[in-house]
Write a protein that binds this ligand. Structure first.
Ligand code: PA5
Length: 463
């Protein structure tokens, strides 16, 4: 049975001592607040938290699969134009579930996938210099339908297509994923006649990976989206358990809260032990950071809350970060993502067996080495009293990745209640967007532009 599991033994005081570990009784003591949090989240399931029900939208899933079948073989490349919640999940799914060399050698019939989540001219310009847009299907993804980065890319690639294929011909190279009504993209879809998918109401950007936002590009590159959704649905069932220690999302949310609020661990490191899991850690960094990093009213004025998410990759970062993690400040806690069984078996040749420094490797597999390195890090962290939990993927499959993503979304929703903040807005992101609109001269943002100009005229110090 490929159920993912959460092992929190090494976060407990009984393992790493009471200064840095949490007492199991403290976690159990949170049963009441966790149940309350769960009730609040569940009461919004059919209202503004409809992402909870994304695993069950079978009409939408079928529509996506039909479209993927319809366009199969027609495009060499699928290009996602999106950013933040409209890109990170797509990348996480692709790197977890497809070959790391997919772009060099896609399986027959499958397109390559490029995710352009930056407006760096050296990225977009190089893409234009390298890839023929007439061989691409551009999936423009924007929930709000107005994000400057995504819209500017849309304008650039639309023009490139029109120049080569004409007004009519360019249309089949664009598929849009956006809100049913909001923003400027939807009226453009209607006017241009682009194929489109809907980001449903009640599904915010960073909670949208299981909607057409993440599913469409995944289906196009051959990911088993039904397996992914089944994994999410199976985890949904586990997350609805009322008993804290039978519910992985409750255990994870409670541990996060205890670590920060009671043990002073302001940094949450996701240490992905496996190349394929690295972008899941990146996806989670956004989910946690944007959802929980908030200001709220406190008794003595504003209170700024939220853990700082950090992503590390094993074994790579053992040779870069682990020194800090084992001996540096006690301000972090760790989530190790681990893989039970890899798809490949790579054996190390037993050459130079007369040399002790190499002989022990001969005949062993890379999975054994990776596991030993991971265990080594876990032991080092634990012996240094650094709290760590492990999420084990029996294998990396669509089903286990679906479980992981749903579990983390649910856990973050619970954390929102525990921290007493709104986990589903992002005023800090909006503030940056508004300032950028003002600087770029968008109509309606003149006053903000004037404020920024006044600010800029103040004295500055530069060396
Ligand atoms: O989680 C979020 O809401 C954000 O990260 C958005 O996904 C990001 O800002 C992109 O927004 P949009 O999809 O509206 O273009």
């Amino acid at each position: 049975m490929d159920r993912i599991t959460l092992d929190y033994t090494n976060a407990l005081a009984s393992t790493i001592g009471p200064d840095h570990g949490v007492q199991e009784s403290e976690l159990a003591g949170m049963q009441g607040v966790l149940s309350e949090a769960q009730e609040k989240v569940e009461s919004r399931r059919t209202l503004d938290l409809r992402w909870l029900d994304l695993p069950y939208q079978s009409d939408v899933h079928q529509e996506i699969l039909r479209y993927a079948e319809e366009v199969q073989g027609r495009f060499e490349n699928v290009v996602v134009l999106g950013i933040g919640g409209s890109a990170l999940g797509n990348r996480a799914l692709h790197s977890a579930l497809n070959s790391p060399f997919h772009e060099m050698s896609p399986p027959s019939g499958a397109p390559r996938l490029f995710i352009l989540d930056n407006v760096d001219p050296d990225l977009v310009g190089e893409f234009l210099d390298t890839i023929d847009p007439t061989k691409c299907l551009f999936n423009v993804i924007s929930k709000s339908g107005s994000t400057a980065e995504t819209m500017s890319q849309f304008l650039i690639f639309r023009r490139a297509l029109i120049e080569r294929l004409g007004e009519e011909g360019h249309r089949e190279h664009v598929v849009v994923t956006t809100d049913a009504e909001a923003g400027v993209l939807r009226p453009i879809v209607d006017a241009e006649g682009y194929r489109s998918f809907i980001v449903p109401e009640g599904v915010g950007g960073r909670f949208s990976v299981l909607s057409p936002v993440g599913l469409l590009s995944s289906a196009l590159v051959g990911i088993d989206i039904l397996g992914l959704l089944k994994g999410a649905a199976d985890m949904d069932e586990r997350c609805r358990s009322a008993q804290w220690n039978e519910n992985p999302a409750m255990v994870y949310a409670a541990t996060q809260w205890q670590m920060q609020e009671c043990k002073g661990k302001n940094i949450a490191v996701t240490f992905a032990y496996g190349h394929r899991l690295r972008d899941l850690a990146d996806w989670y960094a956004q989910l946690l950071g944007e959802s929980i990093g908030k200001v709220k009213a406190g008794p003595d004025g504003p209170m700024h809350v939220g853990p700082t998410p950090v992503r590390a990759v094993g074994v790579t970062d053992q040779h870069s970060q682990v020194q800090l993690y084992v001996e540096g400040p006690f301000d972090k806690w760790f989530t190790l993502l681990e893989i039970g069984q890899h798809d490949h078996r790579v054996q190390i040749p037993a050459d130079f067996s007369d040399k002790d420094a190499l002989a022990y490797l001969g005949g062993r597999t890379l999975s054994e080495l990776l596991a030993a390195e991971r265990e080594g890090t876990r032991i080092a962290l634990t012996e240094a009293n650094r709290p760590n939990v492990s999420i084990q993927f029996p294998r990396v499959t669509a089903h286990t990745v679906g479980q992981y993503m749903y579990m983390m979304e649910y856990a973050v929703a619970l954390m929102g209640e525990l921290y007493g903040i709104d986990a589903f807005d992002q005023p800090g992101v909006e503030a940056g967007k508004v300032a950028a609109y003002a600087l770029m001269g968008r109509k309606g943002f003149e006053q903000r532009a004037a404020e920024i100009q006044r600010q800029r005229e103040k004295e500055s110090r530069t060396v």
